[in-house]
Design a protein around this ligand. Structure first.
Ligand SMILES: [Zn+2]
Length: 96
């Protein structure tokens, strides 16, 4: 995955944003059609949201780990645990 400056004149592809794209996100080994063009505003917003999400997941993992430590084993099965899928997804995202 690479982040480069957009070389062509295209618009930001995020939602209804109509700003001129400034950055291009290019996954490895794919054609030009698979690239994502985004403006600076949207990119920084995505980054901010992702940082926030990661912080929340970290806090949740810490809280659930602490809870599991305090809760007796026979009761932990009945206790609804933190969403594990989210954490898995985030880890995958970081690897790319
Ligand atoms: Zn945008």
């Amino acid at each position: 995955m690479q982040l480069t400056k957009t070389q062509v004149k295209v618009r930001c592809e995020l939602g209804i944003c109509r700003n001129a794209a400034e950055f291009t996100v290019a996954p490895s080994h794919v054609g030009i059609r698979s690239r994502l063009h985004v403006c600076r505003g949207c990119l920084s917003e995505i980054c901010a949201l992702f940082e926030k999400e990661k912080a929340q997941e970290k806090a949740q993992a810490k809280a659930s780990a602490g809870a599991a430590h305090e809760t007796p084993p026979q009761e932990s099965a009945a206790t609804p645990s933190a969403p594990k899928k989210k954490t898995k997804k985030a880890v995958k995202g970081e690897e790319e």
